[in-house]
Design a binder for this molecule. Structure first.
Ligand code: PLP
Length: 350
């Protein structure tokens, strides 16, 4: 608190990202980064941009990258909006599409940035409880609201909602925007982007941080009806005309041009996820079925907090949320085979 702060800042409750420890040699399984790294073609493309061209502003509309993403997903360029990470895209969605004087709906157990944006923009958020098995029940989203948002697969549960059920939510809310945050969709889910031409109220957001292993580059995007995209452009151009720099634009485009690398990386995560799940179950963990690059698991006898603490003492970092309903769970990012082996060994020793 300082007398220089605006009252708004005083009331803010900021998001707390997973820790990025400075120590080397840690087995870092706490922030859902992709252990296989970006395509070498991404690195080449970024290096090719390291020249005198950096004195010029980047393309404010990111035309070339939008064209690449549009083509990849079978939509048109004016259905694609780019942002500096999907977090920024989500912020513009909250500002531009969710302020209707009614509460927006999201699951009670979900990405903890949603309530933070509600606080930033003074939007009322109404958490909708997941079922006892931590699933989204589409019927719960038939109630007055100012908009709906949920990740699919959900985070931190990893549970995936089939597209027919996403459609139930879309049909129940024809006059409100329904945002499907697909940060993890490439690890086994099916994207709702195939539905955007059918539902003018659908907006899908994705990121290059997870499946494309570019968390450090900060690129995300949304796909939807051009009227929704226009709203986001109006917000963006009232905030920062150049959210993506030259390196990010070039690197992201190259990521979409190396499909083989992308597939191999996702397949590697999926097969390791199945292996880790089996090993955890053998040790007495309940593991929620995951279509993400992490698993969410709790043990019958050991508390989540104690397990996270003992793992940390062994140099293995996982995410533990001290929150209602999920305080007994650990969210464990799928790492390389070696990292996952270390995790399994570490848990066995406990
Ligand atoms: C990681 C994540 C994001 C943010 O991704 P960035 O593009 O890195 O900002 C958005 N939503 C969910 C559910 C995530 O887990």
């Amino acid at each position: 608190m300082s007398r220089f702060w605006s009252p708004l800042v005083n009331d803010l409750v900021p998001y707390v990202p997973g820790e990025q420890p400075k120590m080397a040699n840690l087995v870092k399984l706490n922030t859902n980064e992709n252990p296989f790294g970006p395509s070498p073609k991404v690195i080449e493309a970024i290096k090719a941009e390291l020249n005198d061209g950096l004195r010029l502003y980047p393309d404010p509309e990111g035309e070339a990258l939008r064209e690449t993403i549009a083509e990849y997903h079978g939509v048109t360029r004016d259905q694609v909006f780019l942002g500096n990470g999907s977090d920024e895209v989500l912020a513009h969605i909250f500002y531009g599409l969710f302020q209707h004087g009614e509460p927006i709906l999201f699951p009670d157990v979900t990405y903890s940035f949603y309530p933070v944006y509600c606080g930033l923009y003074k939007i009322e958020g109404k958490p909708v409880p997941l079922t006892d098995s931590f699933e989204i029940d589409p019927e719960d989203y038939r109630q007055p609201n100012g908009g709906v948002i949920f990740p699919n697969p959900n985070a931190p549960t990893g549970r995936y909602l089939p597209l027919e059920q996403v459609e139930t939510i879309l049909k129940a809310n024809p006059d409100r925007v329904v945002v499907v945050d697909e940060a993890y969709v490439d690890f086994g889910g099916e994207s709702a982007i195939t539905l955007v031409d059918q539902y003018p109220n659908l907006l899908v957001s994705q990121t290059l941080s997870k499946a494309r292993s570019l968390a450090g580059l900060r690129v995300g995007f949304a796909v939807g009806h051009r009227d929704l995209i226009e709203a986001l452009n109006r917000v963006k151009n009232s905030f920062n005309s150049y959210p993506l720099d030259r390196l990010a634009l070039a690197g992201a485009k190259a990521a979409y041009e190396d499909e083989a690398w992308f597939r191999k990386s996702c397949d590697g995560v999926i097969s390791e996820r199945e292996r880790v799940t089996e090993a955890l179950e053998l040790m007495g963990f309940e593991v929620l079925p995951s279509k993400a690059n992490f698993v969410f698991a709790r043990h019958k006898e050991h508390s989540g907090e104690a397990l996270a603490k003992s793992l940390r003492e062994q140099g293995i970092i996982v995410r533990h949320f001290n929150k209602p309903r999920i305080s007994e769970f650990l969210r464990i990012t799928i790492g390389t085979a070696e990292q996952n082996d270390a995790l399994i060994k570490g848990l066995q020793s406990i």
